[in-house]
Design a binder for this molecule. Structure first.
Ligand SMILES: [Zn+2]
Length: 352
């Protein structure tokens, strides 16, 4: 009898341990189980001025995966910032098994400064990971997001669109790292998010100390992750914002944080098995001759870079036959910067 009581007590206490969630804190936002909270990740002044990153924590009443949704890594990419504003009131932590961390705006200085690509320190946040505690502002933001968001999540979606100068068709990146379990998880996330083109990227870094990108930082820490692209040109069109919002909801259902089916899941996506960003060798004035979604033959003219007087400095051509995933659609271009991204459509779905 005594032994039976001991067993019963053990079962009760272990069940309680399973269901009793601790509060979840990200920066200054702390949510008890079944609650949501918003606050800031403070980035103090250092070599250059600091900032504060707005975050929300939606902490499920029951345990489960923790999905980080990162918006505004590039501050002129508005669709994800608006999508997370719409998502927050829709999430009921009382009905969630697991949690969501919403980074509403990863790089406020680029948003409020209306900056394309680069922060006030001249650095691209999505090239700075895992960041530096004592670096310049982009490096300090990357460091804080690594520690406060990525380390606390089990899955991550870094939500982008074409930057303020980029005309882009929607697609996700499936980044293949060589870790089969993580790669399978990332692939399922790309399908669940629902954008109908998926770029297979096998060229990402493999050293966690030099992970460079937001999503790669998660992947190299054993957490499935994707990068999404929907919208561009500084627009806030309904279709592009809604695709980000629906994709995030679908991911939460896919991970079983929310009940229901992943409603946006792509059933027959177009897989891009080869892609290349075509860059300009010269600073100048860009005259594109293609549009997003257009099919191009190998060697087809993508556009011309001229000097300020109109003399051609460079003709950009398609490196192989494929489709235009994005094209820079405003005139200023600086040496080494993108002009367009071309993707080749795979004949078949990838085995892995
Ligand atoms: Zn971006």
């Amino acid at each position: 009898m005594k032994r039976q009581l001991a067993v019963l007590l053990w079962i009760l206490s272990s069940t309680a341990a399973l269901t009793a969630q601790k509060p979840l804190s990200v920066g200054g936002a702390t949510a008890a189980p079944g609650q949501k909270a918003s606050g800031w990740i403070e980035i103090p002044d250092a070599a250059d001025p600091g900032t504060r990153i707005p975050v929300s924590v939606v902490h499920g009443a029951r345990p489960g995966p923790v999905l980080a949704l990162v918006a505004g890594t590039h501050g002129y990419e508005y669709t994800s910032i608006l999508a997370l504003q719409r998502l927050l009131p829709r999430l009921d932590p009382g009905r969630m098994s697991g949690s969501a961390i919403l980074v509403h705006m990863a790089c406020p200085p680029t948003f409020y400064g209306r900056r394309i690509y680069y922060g006030p320190d001249g650095k691209n946040l999505n090239r700075m990971y895992p960041g530096k505690a004592d670096g310049t502002i982009s490096e300090r933001i990357a460091y804080a997001i690594t520690k406060e968001v990525i380390d606390k999540a089990t899955h991550l979606a870094d939500m982008h669109c074409g930057d303020g100068n980029e005309s882009l068709r929607p697609y996700s990146y499936w980044m293949v790292s060589g870790n089969e379990v993580v790669d399978a998880g990332s692939k399922e996330m790309a399908l669940a998010f629902g954008l109908d083109h998926i770029v297979i990227d096998r060229q990402r870094p493999v050293d966690p100390a030099k992970s460079v990108y937001t999503a790669t930082t998660a992947i190299l820490r054993g957490k499935p992750a994707i990068t999404t692209e929907s919208g561009g040109m500084g627009l806030t069109d309904q279709a592009s914002v809604a695709a980000q919002e629906a994709g995030a909801m679908s991911l939460l259902a896919h991970l079983k944080i929310l009940d229901g089916v992943p409603s946006a899941r792509a059933t027959s996506p177009v897989w891009i098995d080869r892609s290349e960003v075509v860059r300009t060798p010269a600073t100048g004035v860009w005259h594109p001759s293609v549009e997003k979604m257009q099919s191009v033959a190998s060697g087809a003219l993508l556009g011309r870079v001229t000097d300020p007087f109109g003399k051609t400095l460079h003709e950009a051509r398609a490196p192989f036959a494929g489709g235009v995933l994005y094209v820079v659609a405003t005139p200023p271009v600086s040496e080494g910067e993108p002009l367009a991204m071309i993707g080749h459509v795979s004949e078949a779905a990838p085995v892995r």
